[in-house]
Design a protein around this ligand. Sequence first.
Ligand code: ZN
Length: 173
Amino acid sequence: MNGVRGCAVARIEKKASRKKSEALYRVGRAQTGLGLFAAQDIPERKLIVEYIGKRIPTRLAQEIDRRRANKYLFEIDSRWTIDGASRLNLARYVNHSCDPNAEAESNRGRLMYRAIKPIAAGSEITLDYGEEHMELYFGAAGCLCPPCADMAKTLLAKKAGKKPARRSAKAAR
Ligand SMILES: [Zn+2]
């Protein structure tokens, strides 16, 4: 790399790091491992993050899925799938919820996550991964997302003949 280009790269990197401090999201500790959280209030319809990774043929992705070998494959269409397993792909930290606040949309081969409701700073950003993914990668354990965990608790409490305990998060509000 020559000197001039080196300078340009340094400038771009500076810009990128400035952008980072105004980031919409951050990786943080979620109920089940890591998650992606809103670093500021995110309005409804706002594009949040791109799901980045290598594009692989969907046919190949389906084979990998059959072996349950990579849970970060995101199908764009019948031809292309994004392999988002790289840690550079921060969108991979978005966890599943059956009551999500974001959705994925594809545009010219790129995959973006968009807010489908206002997301308050500090809230976890979630997406509905769809039934197929849940069956493949969650299996018998079933869904562990907060709405489902709440429902499971309620059912268990009913079975035990007790009133369900109120969630501490709700009580604290
Ligand atoms: Zn769920």
